[in-house]
Design a protein around this ligand. Structure first.
Ligand code: PLP
Length: 376
């Protein structure tokens, strides 16, 4: 089966194991006791992965990660609230847009896409503006692959008594995040990134005492996580048709995550993938956008070669013919493309990916893989 699917070296959806795909080969009734037990276990396990079972609850939601982000903002922010978003890429920008569309008061602090968000500026802003009730930040900005200093952002936010919403979509299950060390009101992620499930479920890990005060905040019925939570607490069921097969695959993916050795082992595999990728690409002459100290082992942005023979579309299609899907850049600061290190892949696939790049640049007649400038 794997030989028919290309490897997805993208920010998601990602390559999944055969066993995860096979977990979808039966039907479940939504009110069935087995399915209800699966949901319960899924919610418990996800809460445990961030050390939050004593303080938080997991509320899953049908849809992609963005649905869960939108639902979290809508549910946590009262209509009188004011959200401050720390923006250094497209996913931060998206949270600003989400809040604006639902008519909530929103401000942003912005940095370049190749710069981490700065906790000192956050500290200043929160001192200056007492109307800000919530802060939102992206753990790894998948736009560039940059890691944000989440511990310091949480410390500053807590010291000002504001609530923190973390978009941990591209790190959950691979990079440590622990509610016993980091004070957050919500962490949001999805089934199909580092947890290696199939796409279709987003979820938020929400501070229970806070969630209890959130009745009536949401601007939308289907995105109301308070109501969704009450549903799970009342009868263990989803309010509306559940993505049954996605849940089954997700439970299998969580089993495989635990068997691999949990967050530490998953993170270590991705770190090795990342190392092989960057070493191999640099040897070919490619240059990374980010300095190593701020690069997360999730997805890497490479600067496009200046060589006139290089065209992204052709590079993409030829790599696809070698069995690897990559992703265009999403940057405003430089022409780039991205290669992911996450999903059900390891050292062998990363070495093969680098070899495929080597073959493709040769086929295209690209003699020099370096960019026209070093991008920082
Ligand atoms: C993937 C991702 C999302 C959600 O994207 P969807 O396409 O809605 O699943 C949000 N934030 C970050 C940082 C992501 O990487």
């Amino acid at each position: 089966m794997d030989t028919a699917s290309p490897y997805l070296l993208t920010p998601g959806p990602l390559t999944t194991s055969d066993t995860v795909k096979q977990a979808m080969l039966r039907d479940w009734g939504s009110r069935d006791a087995t399915f209800i037990a699966m949901n319960h276990e899924m919610r418990e396990r996800l809460t445990d992965l961030v050390g939050a079972s004593a303080t938080h609850v997991c509320v899953p939601l049908q849809g992609s990660g963005t649905f869960a982000i939108e639902a979290t903002i809508s549910t946590l922010l009262p209509p009188s609230g004011h959200l401050l978003v720390l923006v250094n890429g497209a996913y931060g920008t998206r949270m600003v847009k989400i809040a604006r569309v639902m008519g909530r008061k929103v401000s942003s602090l912005e940095w370049r896409e190749d710069e981490q968000v700065d906790p000192a500026s956050l500290d200043q802003r929160l001192s200056d503006d007492a109307s800000i009730t919530h802060v939102a930040v992206v753990h790894c900005e998948t736009t560039s692959g940059i890691l944000n200093p989440i511990d310091d952002v949480a410390r500053v936010t807590t010291s000002h008594g504001r609530a923190l919403i973390i978009d941990a979509m591209s790190t959950f299950g691979a990079l440590a995040l622990d509610a016993r060390r980091i004070d957050f009101t919500a962490v949001v992620a999805s089934s199909n990134k580092c947890l290696e499930g199939v796409p279709g479920v987003g979820f938020a890990i929400l501070h229970r005492d806070t969630l209890e005060t959130c009745t009536g905040n949401a601007h939308s019925l289907s995105l109301d996580l308070f109501d969704q939570w009450r549903g799970f607490e009342t009868n263990g069921q989803w309010r509306f048709t559940p993505p049954t097969h996605v849940v089954a695959a997700f439970c299998q993916a969580l089993d495989e995550h635990a068997k691999e050795g949990g967050v530490a082992a998953r993170g270590a595999r991705y770190a090795t993938n990342h190392q092989i990728l960057v070493d191999g690409m640099e040897e070919l002459g490619f240059r990374c956008l980010l300095p190593r100290e701020v690069q997360a082992p999730i997805i890497v942005t490479f600067l496009e070669p200046a060589d006139a023979h290089y065209k992204f579309e052709e590079f993409y299609e030829r790599l696809r013919d070698h069995g690897f899907l990559i992703y265009p850049g999403k940057l405003t600061v430089a022409d780039s493309f991205r290669i992911g290190c996450i999903g059900h892949l390891g050292e062998e696939q990363m070495r093969d990916a680098v070899e495929a790049v080597r073959a493709v640049v040769q086929e295209m007649g690209v003699a020099n893989c370096g960019p026209s400038r070093i991008g920082r």
